[in-house]
Design a binder for this molecule. Structure first.
Ligand SMILES: [Fe+2]
Ligand SMILES: [Fe+2]
Length: 270
């Protein structure tokens, strides 16, 4: 498996690539190419894809970790750039209307409707259970919240705003030699819940946990429990970025082996 970070908050490691809040990664495995999320800005996504030599037409399937704008904002530009349609795998909850209330009310959901995206060539395969989308690529399905989770924002339905549990948060599991790689978008389900669920689902050890861990602002108790849980699971490598948080990244790095930062252009090979 070869994973390349296409869209990420951090840049500057590789010349010509742009950093911006959001997440997208290309996963190449067994002859298939799956794009996980599309970042926030289509222009930045396409620029980085071009710089990295990734043709939008070469992508076999899209996997969306959840419906937040910073993971789905580049969808429109990506679909417009492609010559033909593409399968999009996600949870049925991605189209919920959602907002953040601070510092002001703002939309944080997927910026286009399902109909608009279908018109651009998206073929949706929405499922809340575990599912193999391509050989060796498994969607985690909904992730049980055993420990703390890191849900954010509010749902806009009838009546007052409801706290958004971000039920649509799923991870992509890739079966690699000797175990699995687990790719998270924001990690809203809680990174420990995600890791335990992936290990239980497949019965395989985690060779790498890659993505946003959403620990920014987490209390020390939560960080301690996370480190203990990941150690107990025997997670071999951590590649943390996007919404992990600077201080929280430092904590992981100080307490666990094999922790590396994510940045645009970063490659993880397993
Ligand atoms: Fe995010
Ligand atoms: Fe998110």
């Amino acid at each position: 498996m070869k994973l390349t970070i296409i869209f990420e908050n951090h840049a500057g490691w590789k010349k010509g690539l742009l950093g911006y809040h959001g997440f997208s990664a290309l996963v190449e495995h067994d002859g298939y190419r799956v794009l996980v999320d599309t970042g926030t800005e289509g222009k930045v996504l396409l620029h980085n894809m071009h710089e990295l030599g990734v043709e939008p037409d070469s992508i076999d399937a899209l996997f969306l970790t959840h419906g937040h704008y910073d993971h789905t904002g580049g969808l429109k530009a990506f679909l417009e750039e492609r010559g033909e349609g593409v399968g999009v795998y996600a949870h049925p909850g991605i189209f919920e209307r959602r907002v953040a209330l601070k510092p002001r009310v703002r939309e944080i959901g997927i910026p286009l409707t399902r109909a608009e995206l279908e018109k651009l060539g998206a073929r949706f395969y929405l499922n809340d259970g575990p599912k193999e989308l391509l050989p060796g690529f498994i969607s985690s399905g909904e992730i049980p919240r055993v420990y703390w989770d890191r849900a954010v924002g509010y749902l806009v339905r009838e009546g007052p705003y409801l706290r958004d549990p971000v039920r649509d948060d799923m991870a992509l599991i890739v079966e690699v030699k000797g175990g699995i790689a687990v790719i998270t978008g924001c990690g809203h389900s809680g990174i420990l819940n995600i890791a335990e669920h992936a290990a239980r689902l497949t019965g395989k050890p985690i060779k790498a946990l890659i993505g946003g861990f959403h620990l920014r602002g987490a209390k020390t108790e939560l960080l301690r429990q996370t480190v203990g849980g990941l150690k107990a699971l025997g997670v071999e490598g951590l590649y943390a970025g996007h919404c992990t948080g600077t201080d929280e990244y430092a904590y992981l790095r100080a307490h666990l082996e094999n922790v590396e930062p994510l940045h645009v252009g970063k490659v993880v090979k397993l």
